[in-house]
Ligand binder design. Sequence first.
Ligand SMILES: [Zn+2]
Length: 182
Amino acid sequence: MLAQRIEAARLREYAAKAAHGTLALNVADMPRLRALLASDSSFELELRVEFSLDHEKRPHLNMQISGAIVLVCQRCLEPLNWPVALSASLTVVDDEWVAAELAEPFDSVALVDGVLSLPTAIEDELLAAVPLAPMHDVADECHAPAAAKWVDESDGPPANRPFAALGSMLSAGQSGHDDQEN
Ligand SMILES: [Zn+2]
């Protein structure tokens, strides 16, 4: 089991010997993420990390985050299970200034006072992955009044629904065929 906070010297040691380890992360340790979750129950996520050195001899983390969190549906305000299965690949840099000079600064994590905080790094990854306006995918699971359900594509905040456009194209193609319930 890894420590939540890893000092630079230990991090280099892990990286040099390509160590790997796991850590149970409690959402209670991630206040920014917790603010987005339903109620105040806590959820555990499992983190698996493989350490290595990159081509510039900087510590590099290959991470897998798994588990589930409960978000709030932005349509009905009821809990919404959100399975977590994220991979992240991060280069560890000494400070934010170095990060800004990297070709891909978003793929890096900076030490703070010479220490890497795994919960903070994971929280950043989760915040980037969580949808801005999560909603139940299946209308039956959504407790919003029928009128508020997304009959109209322009209704409600934008959500990550890659097939929504396809759906409206298909229904436009069927315009001569009236199968709506009335
Ligand atoms: Zn809902």
